[in-house]
Design a protein around this ligand. Structure first.
Ligand code: PHB
Length: 394
């Protein structure tokens, strides 16, 4: 079977879905392909911190209602070390700005529902996705859906299929440069049925390793501890995880971790990754397909939203006024913010984790950085402006 669309979008994560919605708002048709099922993408637990720019984008698309109702606005975070908490006050340091806690899979649910209401199309459970002629002005995607092979002719292809996706491999090796760093630790993440232990997120530096307290709702909490990236989750009983959390979050005041049943647990690897450029011919990469950050700065989803805003704008100008300047500038424009976020995420990660091979000098460096960050107005303002997100177009 043959089909035609203007923009073929590979991947129904936040990047692909937001792109299809922004294009639809400008009357540009697209087709979204996803290799997983709708149920799977709507239930995969990922991060949950939205910058104001990402919140604004959801609202522009008419998707603000549930996010306003169920999300929570936070005006600061706590950095905890040596048993003492230090608040980084986003409101005073960034002119009243903050972040919204709203899980990524909730963003995905809202976007899928809206796009299907508009008539889609979104093809779930596709297989054998191949890209053809991406360097020409008639690129196409071949895929299998319900045992039928479909040939999708496009003007442009958006590769929004994540780090393990197929889109990136259509860029010839000679035309790309990869920048990468892996970290000698992972995060063990859990969901716990308990009330929040803190009004704001707690990032803890401890000799036993990093710990993070985050939240999903008044009854469901999200927490992480640094662990060996090659460890198997079966080696961690719930009791062991709780013991580590309690030890690493120790506090000289009366603060106590509120505990309850653990309902989900998994280990994630940490890496930094960027491909340059983020475009080849008529293939444009966005989100995790083009760049990965370690989760310490909560930047992944927000970077994807930023890419998509630029890509949608560039495609709109192409279709409305036949202008190609923004399409040609896409990679350069996005990479400026990507590298800022890469640095911020690497910096937060380096400051807050214990490295297996670290020596006394490195530990003193971390402590000097932590003490400076929480006590200098300039240093805490720098953390705050990066955390809440630099303005769009920065
Ligand atoms: C989360 O809520 O899952 C979360 C929050 C902050 C991070 C990473 C993950 O830095």
């Amino acid at each position: 079977m043959n089909m035609r669309t203007r923009v073929g979008i590979i991947g129904a994560g936040p990047a692909g879905l937001l792109l299809s919605l922004l294009l639809a708002a400008d009357g540009i048709d697209s087709v979204v392909l996803e290799n997983r099922s709708r149920e799977e993408i709507e239930s995969t637990i990922r991060a949950g911190v939205l910058e104001q720019g990402t919140v604004d984008l959801m609202e522009e698309l008419g998707l603000g209602e549930r996010m306003q109702r169920e999300g929570a606005i936070h005006h600061g975070i706590e950095l905890r070390f040596d048993g003492e908490g230090h608040r980084i006050d986003f409101s005073t340091l960034t002119n009243g700005r903050g972040i919204t806690l709203y899980a990524q899979h909730e963003v995905v649910k809202d976007c899928v529902a809206e796009r299907l209401k508009q008539g889609g199309p979104i093809f779930f459970n596709v297989k054998d996705v191949h890209l053809y002629n991406v360097a020409s002005d008639q690129p196409s995607i071949q895929f299998v859906h319900e045992d039928e092979t479909i040939e999708l002719q496009c003007d442009f292809i958006a590769g929004c299929d994540g780090f393990h996706g197929v889109a990136r491999s259509s860029i010839p090796e000679a035309k790309q440069k990869i920048f990468t760093r892996s970290y000698p630790f992972g995060w063990l993440g859990i969901l716990m049925q308990a009330p929040p232990s803190s009004k704001e997120l707690i990032y803890a530096y401890h000799e036993r390793g990093f710990a993070l307290v985050s939240t999903r709702s008044p009854t469901l909490q999200r927490m992480y501890i640094q662990c060996d990236p090659l460890d198997a989750i079966e080696n961690w009983s719930d009791a062991m995880i709780l013991e580590e959390l309690q030890a690493r979050l120790e506090s000289k005041d009366n603060w106590q971790l509120k505990v309850g049943p653990v309902s989900q647990k998994s280990i994630l690897a940490m890496r930094s990754f960027v491909i340059e450029p983020m475009q080849y011919g008529r293939l444009f990469l966005a989100g995790d397909a083009a760049h990965i950050v370690p989760p310490t700065g909560a930047k992944g989803l927000n970077l994807a939203a930023n890419d998509i805003r630029h890509l949608a704008h560039a495609l709109t100008l192409y279709y409305k006024r036949n202008e190609t300047d923004l399409l040609e500038a896409y990679s350069k424009t996005c990479l400026r913010r990507v590298w800022r976020a890469e640095h911020f995420s690497w910096w937060m990660t380096s400051m807050l984790h214990r490295f297996p091979d670290d020596d006394a000098f490195q530990q003193r460096m971390q402590r000097a950085q932590l003490e400076y960050t929480v006590s200098s107005q300039a240093a805490s303002a720098s953390l705050a402006e990066n955390y809440v997100g630099l303005p769009f177009g920065w």
